[in-house]
Write a protein that binds this ligand. Sequence first.
Ligand SMILES: NC(=O)C1=CN([C@@H]2O[C@H](COP(=O)(O)OP(=O)(O)OC[C@H]3O[C@@H](n4cnc5c(N)ncnc54)[C@H](OP(=O)(O)O)[C@@H]3O)[C@@H](O)[C@H]2O)C=CC1
Ligand SMILES: CC(=O)[C@@H](O)[C@H](O)COP(=O)(O)O
Ligand SMILES: [Mn+2]
Length: 407
Amino acid sequence: MVCFLLHQWLIFSRSFCCDIMKKRVAVLGSTGSIGRSALDVAAMHPDLFDVTVLACANNVVRLAHQIQTFKPEMAVVLTEERADELKSILDGMQEDIRQVDIVWGEDGYAMAASHEMADAVLLAMVGAAGLMPALAAIEAGKHIALANKETLVMAGEIVMARAAAKGITIYPVDSEHSAIFQCLEGNASKYLKKIFLTASGGPFRNTPLEKFKSIRPEDALNHPTWDMGSKITIDSATLMNKALEVVEAVHLFNTPEDKVDVIVHPQSIVHSMVGFKDGSIIAQMGLPDMRAAISYALAWPERLELELEFPDFASIGNLLFEAPDTSRFPSLEFAREACRQGGTLPAVMNASNEIAVQAFLDNKISFPEIFDIIEKSMADHRNKTDLDIKSVLDADKWAREKSFSLI
Ligand SMILES: NC(=O)C1=CN([C@@H]2O[C@H](COP(=O)(O)OP(=O)(O)OC[C@H]3O[C@@H](n4cnc5c(N)ncnc54)[C@H](OP(=O)(O)O)[C@@H]3O)[C@@H](O)[C@H]2O)C=CC1
Ligand SMILES: CC(=O)[C@@H](O)[C@H](O)COP(=O)(O)O
Ligand SMILES: [Mn+2]
């Protein structure tokens, strides 16, 4: 009898310990490219992760499948109509997943980001919609894995200050920032002299300027190395992604813009590098697969088994680097100006880019008009430098209206 009880207690305590060691994760943007990669990581490590919250905008069919697989506590969609659609899909599924709490809209995302059954929040929604959930997750003291770079572009000062006040580290998911974060671990930050932010150069790295007018959305959606959502893929094609990433690096690593160099590296194997006072440079490398950066942001300081291949350096032969061409791709100049002026200008750059990218995807403007719209919106903006969330949201709204008027 004693042996039996001891045996039962051992089984109970082992499963209890496993459960309390599991990280409960909210995945906001679960139906997107980052979200799906994150769920892939979670599925590979069911002993480490329990997905308790899922959120998307409209893709209720994919969300329903994810709910079926991960059985979260809460699911969030953009509108009440989508919530009704999701409920009716779930009604046809097995009983235990119908318990999921379905909410919608801004309040729903805020609830998801601060859910008591989530220890960590992966912020993988696209665009400005990510900002308020990010602030809610920080306010709730969650472990933050941040993919949504727009959050830091719009309101980096506020976000970093609120995270610092809460004693929270923001673990970057963006591959370059994850690389820089990894290069700066230990006490390396105090020796930092230069960040080398790598860029693939996108599909038009070698396209002459006179051909830019005839670039179609399907050409721009053809990224040479990464498989990503449509907005960031167009951003990569304009180098606006790198522009956003310069601002992101400035905030994440508390570094002036002139310490962040962009270097084109078309193979996307060196994910970024950091140069130190003594002339040493540390690089972080790997094949382009976001599961590495996502898992590191979620499991830090651990590194998880992902069964990814290493690059075959002998067959690659040379790692290529070249300077970005800002005359064909002015985005980097926009970002540097936005960093120098600060205030609400980065939020204007971001919002204007979002409108211009969507207009290009909808065949309403040409590829080079993306640059024109951003440039004009930034030039016409009356910058507000004493920043608060209201001024950021006002600037975002102003930039969207301004950009629409230019289409
Ligand atoms: N993809 C990548 O490899 C990388 C992405 N990032 C960043 O990560 C973020 C996500 O990118 P990615 O996964 O490629 O994008 P996707 O377009 O593939 O996915 C976007 C996700 O956000 C949801 N979503 C869209 N609009 C809203 C909204 N208004 N409110 C709430 N949810 C919304 C989508 O839902 P639905 O499916 O229903 O539309 C989807 O789940 C971006 O900020 C991007 O810059 C950073 C580095 C790499
Ligand atoms: C995977 C990732 O982090 C993307 O942001 C990637 O960097 C895009 O490639 P570009 O270097 O072409 O912008
Ligand atoms: Mn990136």
